[in-house]
Design a protein around this ligand. Structure first.
Ligand code: GNR
Ligand code: NI
Length: 191
């Protein structure tokens, strides 16, 4: 549970919203996000809803692009306890290590698909937090991978674009088929 005063502006409370997540292949996942002009209540509401959506979907990160908002907003939580949300608004990559690591990635917009992607092992990023305060983050391990994955989303890039065209084609076909079946089920059992 949240301790009083600890990140209370952004921690999930009641009256939040689970946002629908776009699924690959959807052209809107390839839109380039614009910078946030001012970190105001509208942006904090978006951040809160994104955090709830990320936790609800059991993801370690979520970019605004994935919820069809094309602004430079990312939320991440790589903690085991799922109680340490990190908010990156207008993130800028300051430095990426020459050292690379290969890691297994997944994406809430590409459900059920996992494959290896090579990334910088360490990164340094500057971003605004939910108060509009600038901060710098140096990351390695899973956090570094997640930051790069989310910043790609803001540029309209999905991790499957690092895979071979053959793999990407197979993933596209598989997800299109799943989407058609989903739609057919929704017709048979309307909610
Ligand atoms: O939940 C997620 N897990 C994950 C695992 C390895 C590398 C990247 C990620 S990010 C992903 C959530 C997501 O889709 N963020 O955009
Ligand atoms: Ni993703």
């Amino acid at each position: 549970m949240l301790k009083s005063g600890e990140n209370s502006d952004i921690f999930p409370t009641s009256a939040m919203a689970l946002l629908p997540i776009l699924r690959y292949p959807d052209a809107r996942l390839h839109k380039v996000a614009r910078p946030v002009a001012a970190v105001d209540e509208r942006v904090r509401t978006l951040v809160r809803d994104m955090i709830e959506t990320m936790y609800g979907a059991q993801g370690i990160g979520l970019a605004a692009t994935q919820v069809d908002v094309h602004e430079r907003v990312v939320v991440i939580d790589v903690s085991e306890e799922r109680n340490a949300p990190l908010v990156l608004i207008n993130p800028e990559l300051l430095w990426a290590s020459a050292e690379r690591v290969m890691g297994e990635e997944g994406c809430l917009s590409v459900p059920g698909i996992y494959d290896g992607v090579e990334r910088a092992a360490q990164v340094r990023v500057r971003a605004l937090d939910e108060h509009g305060q600038a901060r710098e983050i140096e990351a390695d391990g899973l956090l570094a991978v997640c930051i790069q994955h989310e910043m790609d989303h803001l540029l309209g890039k999905v991790f499957v674009e690092y895979l071979s065209p053959l793999k990407r084609g197979r993933i596209k076909t598989k997800l299109q088929k799943a989407e058609r079946q989903d739609k057919a089920e929704r017709v048979r059992e309307p909610v």
